[in-house]
Design a protein around this ligand. Structure first.
Ligand SMILES: NC(=O)c1ccc[n+]([C@@H]2O[C@H](COP(=O)([O-])OP(=O)(O)OC[C@H]3O[C@@H](n4cnc5c(N)ncnc54)[C@H](O)[C@@H]3O)[C@@H](O)[C@H]2O)c1
Length: 414
């Protein structure tokens, strides 16, 4: 029986994609106002990329104030300092130039400039009372998808935890995705960002599917899997399947870089509506304990989470296999699904993502803590296709710690 198609899709108002599109930032900004704040980081502060952007803004008659002190992973104290610096700057829009950290910085500054208050008042979902200043996102990594998501991730210093602000008002008005900006990414960054994108795509494509309700998009920021996000996620997986390893091995290949950036942006669109699940929930405590890049953590967890979810997502895992280039002709549904797990695993292995949590630096005595704290990320836990409880997260983390990669061929998963 074919169910009636249903879905939700939220995305930036405009996405400019392709080599050189960064040069159009001036006119994109001018359509939103005459005064811009540019959020970037010290690496980019004296770069040709920033100089080029400022020239483009000037040509279009847009005045710009640059904030170049974004700290990677956005510690909350750094946001307080940034807001203090920018609170009195007149601005019509905010531009984020850099990796996910700079784009999230632009979102948070835009939020605070529009609505005041402190960042911690907005942790959670649907906490933003109305539109924020329009944001233009210009990514220099291909991974987080932040240029398309309703999310800003903050490292809350008082609790030692990563927290999210998730609200459709945070979706950038314009995303300018120029793959030339990613050509300089070092290999390790290409790998961690790529693993992040791969995890976004797999988790949103295999998330829980909720029964269709007419008001689901008003009730939830992350609605689970649906027909619109599925199409986007599969497309993104094909791009990564075709080009992620090549971009990792041949960093100067612009075609591959463009393919990976497209896959990452599709990942942002898919996750921004469908949401992610167990790998992201467990990464919150894992990342705090091991201080490893977000993409490395979710990538290390993903194969184990997929094993746990296997029996709930047999057809989808088979589609993942195909999207990543595996030949599933003549295989049973279960065999094809297992190929999906193995294709993901092989890609992560070739990206040199650690294959177990011990290698990532997790101490065995903290397995229980990761399992228990991961469950606190309720929206992610509730988005997982198979029900998660403490026994389940403990089993996933224990296996991930030990690198235990057997697959139950009866399709039961773990
Ligand atoms: N908002 C979202 O939807 C979302 C989704 C996933 C992750 N995130 C967040 O994004 C952040 C991670 O972002 P990221 O992985 O893009 O890295 P990043 O922005 O934290 O940058 C990491 C480092 O890479 C450098 N860098 C960035 N682009 C470069 C380039 N082209 N060449 C050389 N160096 C470059 C930066 O200067 C920085 O030193 C985390 O805080 C994570 O929690 C947000």
């Amino acid at each position: 029986v074919i169910g009636a198609a249903a879905g939700v899709l939220r995305a930036p108002g405009t996405i400019l994609f392709g080599a050189g599109v960064r040069h159009d930032v001036g006119r994109a900004a001018a359509s939103l106002g005459g005064k811009a704040i540019v959020c970037t980081d010290p690496r980019l502060s004296s770069s040709p990329e920033l100089t080029g952007m400022l020239e483009s803004l000037k040509r279009a008659g847009v005045e710009a104030v640059v904030f170049d002190q974004t700290v990677a992973e956005l510690p909350s104290v750094s946001l307080v300092q940034a807001h203090r610096r920018l609170a009195t700057v007149p601005a019509d829009l905010v531009i984020g130039l850099g990796g996910g950290s700079c784009i999230d910085m632009a979102k948070v500054m835009s939020l605070l400039l529009a609505h005041g208050g402190t960042v911690d008042e907005y942790y959670g979902e649907f906490t933003v009372p109305g539109p924020i200043l329009p944001v233009i996102a210009m990514p220099t990594t291909a991974g987080t998808g932040s240029e398309a998501t309703p999310v800003a991730v903050v490292a809350d210093v008082s609790s030692g935890r990563k927290v999210g602000i998730s609200d459709p008002h945070l979706i950038p008005r314009v995303a300018i995705c120029d793959p030339e900006l990613t050509v300089g990414c070092p290999r390790a960054l290409t790998a961690s960002a790529g693993a992040d994108a791969l995890t976004h795509l797999v988790e949103s494509f295999t998330a829980v599917r909720r029964p269709h309700e007419t008001d689901i998009a008003s009730d939830r920021v992350f609605v689970g899997k649906g027909d619109l996000t599925d199409a986007v996620a599969l497309k993104g997986l094909r791009h990564l399947g075709r080009s992620l390893l090549a971009a990792y091995r041949y960093p100067d290949n612009l075609e591959r870089r463009a393919d990976v950036m497209l896959g990452a942006t599709y990942g942002g669109i898919a996750l921004g509506t469908a949401g992610t699940a167990a790998a992201h929930a467990l990464q919150y405590p894992l990342g705090s304990l091991t201080h490893t890049p977000h993409g490395v953590g979710v990538g290390a967890l993903l194969p184990y989470v997929m094993r746990f979810n296997l029996r709930e997502r047999l057809p989808e895992f088979g589609q993942v296999a195909q999207a990543l280039g595996a030949d599933v002709n003549g295989l049973t549904e279960l065999e094809a699904a297992v190929q999906g797990i193995e294709a993901v695993e092989a890609m992560l292995c070739d990206l040199d993502i650690p294959r177990d949590l011990r290698t990532l630096g997790l101490d065995a005595q903290h397995i229980g803590m990761v399992a228990e704290q991961g469950l606190r990320a309720r929206r992610l836990v509730g988005n997982n296709p198979r029900r998660l409880d403490l026994a389940a997260t403990t089993a996933i983390v224990t296996r991930a710690y030990a690198g235990e990669r057997t697959i139950e061929t009866n399709g039961e998963g773990l």
